[in-house]
Design a binder for this molecule. Structure first.
Ligand SMILES: *[C@@H]1O[C@H](CO)[C@@H](O)[C@H](O)[C@H]1NC(C)=O
Ligand SMILES: *[C@@H]1O[C@H](CO)[C@@H](O)[C@H](O)[C@H]1NC(C)=O
Ligand SMILES: *[C@@H]1O[C@H](CO)[C@@H](O)[C@H](O)[C@H]1NC(C)=O
Ligand SMILES: *[C@@H]1O[C@H](CO)[C@@H](O)[C@H](O)[C@H]1NC(C)=O
Length: 865
């Protein structure tokens, strides 16, 4: 409309003033119309003469964002900005979040003093940009990056904003928006969530840059810190490894005399991504997926127990993959030993093992650390690490020091005194090789501790030995193969001279001797398999006494497992796939492919494999205590499982499964979680094993379907058993069954009998609702257990076995629920697959378990569909 009026005016003006030929006038109009493409409906500006009324919206030039009135579902009106092209309304900014219009109408207009004001039906101002504008004529414009700006109407510099929405974020950080401080003007930009999903009022959390000490971003609930990003180390925040650059976006951290900001930009303009703080105080990054027309979560924080602020107390270091998750730094010991051993009752921190003597103290480097809370840290940008160390050594109150910036070999100096709080140690892989080391002051006595060999070193040399053996074995095998190949080639050449020239490695691969064929797998997986040590069959046959029955440890899904001793004395477990089972080879390849890439202390480690024409074998580390079921369901042996061991089995298994679902490079669904697949090491620590039927999910895949339902009855979730749908939530179900079995010492399916038609889940549910949940507990535990811990485990178990997959918690939630007393526990809903009508059993074609699963063997059910 604007444009049309303008054109008419100009046109008349031209005619009246100059009376030029019609031709030149129409050329002029033509050119003008090119400059102003018709946007009669979509306007992006508000002018003093043209306010925005209730049923109008502004649309940015490129139609990326839209601004207007909206009602989020609480019957109030707000001015907000949302994505124009995304149907599912996603609000990225709200003007009057705490002052809604409660009447049915209002106007957004420009007042006489140049400020933008929002008035309600009665003409009362509910919101205003409230800037000193010196009475200039202004216009407000919605830009393509989502910024809503107020600027002088005629200014040479279009970026001379009087006010802009990017300076007043609500809960969303868009690309190009800044989170932090403008040091000159004092403008502080930070995020605060909506109060609830349909109330944009300011919530209790905030996500803001803390300027004190070594700056970092803090997530707070009112005044309490719930998560720290850790300081920026030049590449990323030291406590948020996931927040690193990716192919689609780039992060920026600016820290100079003008400003200190965190921001990001997208490298492809057709991608939408935003970072928000949600009402429950979770920092989430979303990416819009056009194919599914939905927002996908890219990461969330805090994600595990170790992210929660100061989980381990002063001088404690959190490691989500360790048991217990907290440890004291070298030179420190638990402040309260009893509390420390009692995993659930939290960690109150550590104290020095020996007194410091200022002169002779030393410094221990700690690798891959999330730096301690830094608001009181001393910072010097110019010093290098050795100068930093000198300063710290001289000043007795200095507790630790580190580089500020780890890029280009490191620079800058940070010094902490007093307690060191909220540290984490990352596994090398988690950290993407961008290590941040922290140097901690300890007494001279304690620096000597590190000279002694530690257990990890010990393991290292063992592994080294095995790798050494296997590499030489592999070398011999390879040479033999090459000779074979040469001979074979010579033979074939005589009659097939013209045949396609295959490369040597292809032939080795395709002869099926070592590897899955190239057609099935990407070449990178082929490489991954090659990285795994190869054993030759004879070695393994000798090691296991020719697979003697006396060496047999047990029977897995697709073959037997034997104990073996390598020539060097190393004890191993060898899984030999049954030759009768045609499926076995694929399963083995699957297992090798998967497990070679997984490293976690609660997963069983594979040491190598052997795939020869007739034989397929996998070599694992040997687990002294066999599997959990051999203890759990045995009257006598179950006495050995005291409550502490049971609890650690629950926690450890949860950690391993969490790693599979969320922390490894892939999303892996195990599909056969059960007591017999939990192996126990010398210290009775649990290790998840048997990845024969595990599935890798793409990173944005949440569910899959299969026609071949494979698993173990009693552990299978209803949606998997009935419809073949599996997801992380079907593993969570099995894990829930496992918790209840560990607590009760009974098999889930084992409790069918004539007098009691309910299985373990049904019993647990009934007892829970009667308030008698403790009756579920294994009698062999006597009175030596913590009531709270037992109840907590039962509740988590019941949450995991809920009938609806979406009700079940994720494994990260499970870990949180299991290890924190302060988290609110949801009430479980009805579990899935409680009762089974004994009479109808034969009518259920999908579950026909009895002959196959009485001894806990994994079975396959071929569905007729
Ligand atoms: C909003 O503006 C329109 C057009 O200028 C006007 O007709 C209407 O009365 C205004 N409404 C309110 C509530 O101010
Ligand atoms: C940007 O993303 C779109 C959609 O994913 C893709 O089709 C396009 O090739 C990408 N462009 C660049 C330059 O990467
Ligand atoms: C906040 O985000 C977390 C993680 O994505 C999610 O589980 C939770 O339901 C969200 N809370 C709300 C109120 O949306
Ligand atoms: C030692 O460090 C403390 C805290 O960082 C500081 O207050 C004090 O001035 C320092 N003392 C000397 C002598 O540098």
């Amino acid at each position: 409309m604007n444009t049309k009026i303008l054109l008419v005016l100009i046109c008349n003006f031209q005619r009246m003033k100059t009376l030029h030929s019609h031709v030149s006038t129409s050329i002029f109009i033509f050119i003008l119309s090119l400059l102003y493409p018709f946007r009669s409906l979509a306007i992006d500006t508000i002018t003093p003469s043209q306010p925005l009324t209730i049923n109008q919206t502004l649309v940015s030039k490129g139609e990326f964002f839209e601004l207007g009135f909206f009602n989020p579902g609480n019957n109030n009106l707000y001015i907000g900005i949302w994505y124009k092209r995304i149907q599912h309304k996603t609000y990225v900014w709200v003007a009057n979040r705490d002052n809604p219009i409660t009447s049915s109408s209002g106007n957004l207009t420009i007042a006489n003093n140049g400020n933008m004001v929002l008035v309600n039906q009665t003409g009362t101002t509910v919101w205003s940009t409230n800037q000193p504008t010196k009475m200039v004529k202004t216009v407000a414009q919605l830009l393509d990056n989502g910024n809503f700006v107020l600027r002088p109407e005629n200014d040479e510099n279009p970026e001379n904003y009087i006010w802009q929405s990017f300076n007043y974020p609500t809960d969303t950080l868009l690309p190009e928006m800044k989170l932090g401080w403008d040091r000159k003007s004092g403008i502080h930009r930070f995020l605060r969530p909506w109060k609830t999903i349909n109330d944009p009022a300011t919530g209790d959390y905030s996500f803001r840059m803390n300027l004190n000490g070594f700056p970092e971003v803090l997530l707070k609930h009112n005044e309490t810190i719930t998560w720290r990003t850790g300081p920026w180390n030049g590449k990323r925040f030291s406590g948020a490894p996931a927040m690193k650059g990716a192919s689609i976006m780039q992060f920026e951290f600016t820290d100079n005399s003008d400003e200190i900001n965190y921001s990001f930009k997208l490298l492809n303009s057709s991608i939408y991504s935003r970072l928000i703080i949600n009402s429950s105080g979770i920092n989430e990054r979303y990416v819009w997926v056009e194919t599914t027309k939905a927002w996908k979560i890219y990461w969330t924080f805090p994600v595990n127990v170790c992210d929660h602020y100061s989980t381990c107390g002063p001088f404690g270091v959190c490691d989500a993959n360790a048991i217990p998750i907290c440890k004291c730094m070298t030179g420190f010991q638990p402040k309260n030993k009893e509390a420390w051993d009692d995993v659930i009752h939290g960690f109150v921190g550590c104290v020095r093992s020996s007194k410091l003597d200022c002169g002779s103290d030393g410094f221990l480097p700690m690798k891959n650390m999330k730096l301690p809370e830094s608001s009181k840290a001393f910072v010097d940008r110019k010093m290098n690490l050795s100068e930093c160390g000198e300063i710290c050594k001289r000043n007795c109150s200095c507790a630790a020091y580190a580089n500020m910036n780890i890029t280009d070999g490191g620079s800058g100096c940070v010094i902490w005194d007093g307690d060191l709080i909220d540290m984490r140690q990352y596994a090398e892989s988690e950290d993407g090789g961008q290590a941040q080391d922290l140097y901690v002051r300890v007494s001279d006595l304690d620096t000597k501790l590190i000279e002694e060999p530690t257990t990890t070193k010990d393991n290292g040399s063992k592994v080294g030995k095995i790798v050494g053996i296997s590499i030489s074995t592999a070398f011999v095998v390879l040479i033999c193969l090459l000779i074979l190949f040469y001979l074979k080639r010579k033979k074939t050449q005589s009659w097939n001279r013209e045949g396609p020239q295959e490369r040597a490695e292809d032939i080795i691969l395709n002869n099926g001797v070592i590897l899955p064929s190239r057609r099935d797998y990407h070449s990178d997986t082929v490489m991954d398999v090659l990285e795994l040590p190869l054993f030759d069959f004879t070695t393994l046959a000798v090691a296991t006494n020719n697979f003697a029955d006396t060496n047999k440890l047990g029977q897995g899904g697709f073959g037997c497992v034997y104990k073996g001793t390598l020539p060097g004395g190393e004890i191993i477990a060898v899984k030999r796939l049954s030759s009768v089972c045609a499926q076995g080879v694929e399963e083995l390849k699957n297992e090798v492919r998967l497990i070679a890439k997984l490293q976690h202390r609660n997963l069983v480690r594979v040491l190598g494999c052997c795939i020869e024409v007739e034989e397929k074998l996998l070599v694992y580390e040997f687990m002294e205590n066999k599997s959990l079921d051999t203890f759990l369901f045995d009257k006598e042996k179950s006495m050995k499982l005291n409550w502490k061991i049971r609890l650690e089995n629950i926690l450890g298994t949860a950690r391993g499964l969490h790693y599979l679902h969320h922390d490894s490079r892939f999303k892996i669904i195990h599909r056969d979680m059960k007591a017999s697949n939990i192996l126990l090491d010398k210290e009775m620590n649990p290790r998840i094993s048997d990845f024969g039927i595990a599935r890798i999910f793409g990173s944005d895949q949440t569910e899959a379907e299969t026609k071949i339902v494979v698993g173990t009855y009693g552990y299978m979730s209803p949606e998997y058993a009935m419809e073949g749908h599996f997801s992380t939530k079907s593993d969570v179900f099995s894990f829930g069954v496992l918790i209840l079995e560990i607590v009760s010492g009974k098999r889930n399916r084992g409790s069918f009998n004539t007098s009691n038609k309910m299985n373990l889940l049904g019993q647990a549910w009934t007892l829970w609702n009667e308030g008698n949940a403790l009756e579920l507990l294994d009698e062999s535990l006597g009175t030596k257990y913590s009531k709270n811990e037992v109840l907590r485990c039962i509740q988590v178990g019941l949450l995991c076995v809920q009938g609806q997959p979406e009700d079940r918690p994720s494994m990260s939630k499970v870990l949180l629920l299991l290890s924190s007393e302060t988290v609110r526990m949801p009430q479980p809903k009805h579990p899935g697959l409680i009762t089974r009508n004994i009479n109808n059993e034969t009518e259920s074609p999908n579950i026909n378990d009895d002959p196959m699963t009485t001894n806990g063997i994994t079975m396959s059910i071929l569905d007729g569909r």
